[in-house]
Design a protein around this ligand. Structure first.
Ligand SMILES: [Zn+2]
Length: 195
């Protein structure tokens, strides 16, 4: 199962470092709306699916605030850890859906959900998202051409993870490459209010 990688604290450290570097890269640019200076306005999230004892700083959502009066937009840089406002870590969503698609131990949706400690409805929503929404999304269309045709749109994200598993020496490295690649499809975006 590729989802066994979710037990590795090192995965969460590496993803945090990648997001930190990306956030800093964007902070040094100007506001895309008004060219004003950008400052950090980070906040903590409460994602689910990590091993016990992961340091709190890994939960930090990097966020930027435009310093120009009259704009003050809140902006979210691309992330390898979070998929929009979804509650679970992006790594958890990708690996659990991938295990289901790859028919690991022929588990049903409810069996796999129970094993991973998530609800069946949550897993069904993720599967639906990858079958219907993700393949036609702007983010995916932007990067689709940069990866091998072996990767099948009808079998995402399992097909993409399998592709990286062939390139890398272990699951953790493959998943990190996969998440880095996926984050390239996103641009800095305006923060949407929770609700
Ligand atoms: Zn601005």
């Amino acid at each position: 199962m590729v989802s066994k990688v979710l037990k590795n604290e090192s995965l969460f450290l590496d993803l945090y470092k990648i997001d930190l570097a990306t956030a800093e890269e964007y902070r040094q640019k100007r506001c895309p709306y008004c060219q004003g200076p950008l400052h950090y306005a980070n906040y903590f999230r409460k994602p689910r699916g990590e091993p016990d004892g992961v340091p709190e700083e890994y939960f930090l959502q990097f966020s930027l605030c435009c310093g120009k009066e009259g704009c003050r937009r809140r902006l979210i840089p691309p992330s390898c850890r979070f998929l929009g406002r979804k509650v679970y870590w992006y790594a958890a969503i990708l690996t659990i859906v991938s295990d289901w698609q790859n028919k690991i131990q022929n588990m049903t949706i409810s069996e796999l959900a129970r094993k991973m400690g998530i609800s069946s409805n949550t897993l069904k929503r993720w599967i639906h998202f990858f079958e219907n929404t993700f393949p036609v999304s702007v983010q995916w269309k932007k990067i689709r051409g940069r990866v091998s045709a072996i990767v099948k749109n009808a079998h995402l994200p399992g097909s993409l993870i399998n592709f990286y598993l062939q390139q890398q020496s272990n699951i953790e490295k493959a998943l990190i490459s996969c998440l880095k690649f996926l984050s390239q499809g996103s641009e800095i975006s305006q923060k949407i209010r929770d609700g």
